[in-house]
Each structure stands twice: as C-alpha cells, then as structure tokens.
Design a protein around this ligand. Structure first.
Ligand code: SF4
Length: 423
C-alpha cells in the first residue's frame, strides 16, 4: 500500500481489498477503499468518500484486531474477536458483530460503552475539520485533493440525512436482514418488492404488523433507479441484493425474477469489484410450499446464488401456539421436507431455516427439533443451515446454550445462532 504523507496524515488512495467475501480470523477489507492514518486511528472510506471503518491504534483500543464499521443506514457495528469461547461454532463467523442498538445478542459486554470506541466515532468531526484546513494546499496532488474534497462533505449531519434518504427510497427501515447475509458481511443493496407478512406472529419483534402486499412493478423499477443514484460510485463495491421484506418469496415469481434481473443490470453487478453475486430473501412455510419446481428453476437460473431463509420457529404444536404462530406442526414438517428437497435439486438455491430458542419454552420444543434435524435428514449435509434466534424470555441463558449445543451436535444440518441486524 502506497501512502502519501501530508501533515499528520498518511493517505492511501484506491486500495484494493479482497474481491471475495472470506471467513478469516483477522481484519479484512472488501472492494476498493481509501485510507487515512493518524497517530491514533486508521480511517477507511468508501468510493464516495464516506467513512466506512475505524480502527483504534492507541493502547486504549479494546483489541488491535477489532474494528468499527458504519452501515449504509448510518449504524455503527463493532466487530469483536473474543470474549466468547467457540465463536465460530456458534455463529459461523470469526467476528461477533455488536450493534449500537438493541438486538438479540447474547454477549454481555457492550463495546459502545467503551470510552475509546466512543472517542473514535467522535473523532471523525475533528478529522474533517483538520482536512478542511489542508485540502486546498497547492502541494497536494490533484487526486488526493479530490478525495479530501469528497470526504469533508460527509459529516455527522449529512451522514444522518443520507441515511434518512436511503430509508425514504426503500420505503422504511429493514428491521431484520436474513441470517445468510453474513456470507457477504451484510453488504447487500435492499430492494423491497413486498411489505408485511402472512402470519403476524405474537412473539415476533421485527414484524411490521401489515398484511402481506406486493409493491407495484413500476415503483420497484423507480426504487432500483433511485438506489443506483444513491449508492453513487461505491455501487462498484456491491454485488448482492436483499429482496425484501419479510416474505418476498410469497411474491409472484415474475416479480422476483424481473427485479433480480433489472437490479443486476442497473447496478452493474457483472463489473462489480466483488465476485459471486448473491440474493438473500425471506420465505415462509406457505411461500415455500406454494412455489413449484418450475418457479424454483427460474430462480435457479438467475445470475445469482440465492439464499431463502424460512421461519419455522418450532416443530412442536404447543410451542407454535405459545409463540402465537398460526401454523400446524404437520405443515411445518411438510415445508421442512420441501426445503431439503429444493437444496438437493437446485445448485444455485440454498434454503435455510429459523427456529426460536429460549429458556422457558414448552418442554418438547428442543427434542422435537432434534428429531426433525436427525430423523428427517438421513445424513450430514453442509447445505441448508439451521439458525436459532434467541427469544428473550428472561430465563437461564446457560440452559439455553446447552440446548443449542445438544441440537448442534446431533443435527445433520449445520446449526448456528442468528443475530438480528437491521439496515
Ligand atoms: S416471524 Fe415472520 S411471519 Fe411471523 S410475524 Fe415475524 S416476520 Fe411475520
């Protein structure tokens, strides 16, 4: 990496990070970014000049292998490497994303209470002030000057306004991203084709409360066009979509297919800095059962590898009733078997499932899931992850962890816990 030294800064422009998402136990950056190093911090910026990552360099920073990432929705996420034994076997990742908002995390410590983490976020305003003072220095080369000109536009206020604009374009916040989007470090462009869901379950904390409703095709085209403009130059660092919201699979296959193809072309995914485009979406028991082989064949032919995450929650009728999920166990089983079948039939589609875990759920909840994952799947497969989403019922977390490990160790499908990340 070549650095230019300007005053107290070392600046590197257009650095090439990795061109594919990788699970590694050290800091990694993706796509093309620029960097400013100071005595205390490493700041990294996206192609638009917006702050994307901060790493602390002084002795107060919790761990030199950890960092902060800012999402397109202007949320900070802290990537924690430790303090949690067996992290990879629990979440399938080497880093635990800690959010600055409440979620279903099991981590007890909150890095956003750490003074040096707070200071690093506050330091951006000082950095921008200093840059404003030096950016017109005639000794600075043109390219660096243009970069500095870009980054000073994105202060605390303009970043907040931009995130507001983002939510206006997609028609509201994404309350939860599918767990599978961890495979692209949650770097997805959301395109919302439907709102609401079929069940409006009593236990669910992320639902909108609306009935399921598809959006008009013309409004989806407008949304994609506006997103293209919104992401600007940094769109070249993206190659994956979240097709939302809570049950996009229930939308007509025509709508899913046209949206994916139009977005692929419009966002220029073929020329992206990142390889291997992916789609992430949610499905439901009904949507997975309603779609025919012909529908999945069309999804399988898209220029993406598609992950569909289906909320099953439980395989025990008493628990389904307790959660106020209006479904019969028989139908959950049918959907699960169909998911296993789709995973065998279509090489470019991976259907994954969600179950709830909590410490005060009815007695048969865990044993019935164990039966489902062992008896109904005859041998080990590495496709079709099963996720467990923590249901905070105020009980014994240790007991819950033991139940999770019991299931994980006996399951014929990979099992992980699921962190609710918003956008
Ligand atoms: S769990 Fe899924 S189907 Fe149930 S309310 Fe939440 S989003 Fe809707």
């Amino acid at each position: 990496m070549k650095y230019n030294k300007i005053n107290n800064f070392e600046i590197a422009l257009n650095v090439n990070g990795s061109d594919q998402y990788t699970k590694v136990s050290y800091p990694i950056r993706y796509g093309v970014y620029s960097e400013i190093k100071t005595k205390d911090y490493i700041y990294q910026f996206n192609q638009n000049g917006e702050i994307r990552y901060i790493t602390g360099k002084n002795g107060n920073w919790p761990n030199p292998l950890e960092w902060l990432k800012r999402t397109v929705a202007n949320d900070w996420v802290y990537y924690s490497s430790g303090g949690y034994a067996g992290l990879y076997s629990i979440i399938g990742e080497h880093y635990y994303p800690c959010f600055s908002y409440s979620s279903n995390s099991l981590l007890r410590s909150n890095p956003f209470e750490n003074e040096s983490v707070k200071d690093s976020i506050n330091s951006i305003e000082d950095l921008l002030e200093e840059i404003t003072e030096i950016k017109n220095n005639p000794l600075i080369d043109n390219e660096t000057s243009l970069f500095l000109e870009k980054i000073v536009q994105y202060n605390k206020k303009t970043c907040a306004l931009k995130s507001h604009k983002f939510h206006t374009i997609i028609g509201g916040r994404v309350s939860v991203l599918p767990p599978d989007s961890r495979h692209v470090d949650y770097d997805v462009i959301p395109v919302i084709i439907s709102d609401g869901c079929l069940y409006n379950c009593g236990f669910c904390s992320v639902k909108s409360g609306q009935e399921f409703c598809e959006r008009e095709p013309d409004s989806i085209i407008d949304q994609i066009d506006n997103l293209k403009e919104f992401y600007g130059e940094d769109i070249s660092n993206y190659n994956s979509l979240f097709i939302g919201q809570h049950d996009a699979l229930y939308a007509k296959t025509d709508l899913i297919e046209h949206t994916a193809k139009y977005a692929y072309e419009r966002f220029g995914f073929k020329e992206s800095n990142m390889r291997n485009s992916k789609i992430f979406m949610f499905g439901s028991v009904e949507s997975i059962l309603n779609k025919t082989d012909a529908d999945f064949k069309r999804i399988n032919s898209l220029p993406f590898y598609t992950y569909i995450n289906v909320g099953l929650e439980s395989f025990d009728q008493e628990t389904l009733d307790f959660l106020k999920k209006p479904l019969q166990k028989k139908l959950v089983e049918k959907a699960f078997l169909r998911m296993v079948e789709i995973n065998r039939m279509f090489p470019n589609i991976e259907v994954t499932s969600n179950f709830i875990y909590g410490s005060n759920l009815p007695e048969n909840h865990y044993s019935s899931i164990m039966e489902l994952l062992r008896e109904k799947v005859k041998r080990k497969y590495n496709k079709g992850d099963v996720y467990f989403s923590y249901f905070n019922d105020g009980g014994d977390k240790g007991k819950m962890q033991r139940e999770f490990y019991n299931i994980k160790n006996s399951s014929n499908l990979p099992a992980y816990t699921y962190l609710i990340q918003r956008l």
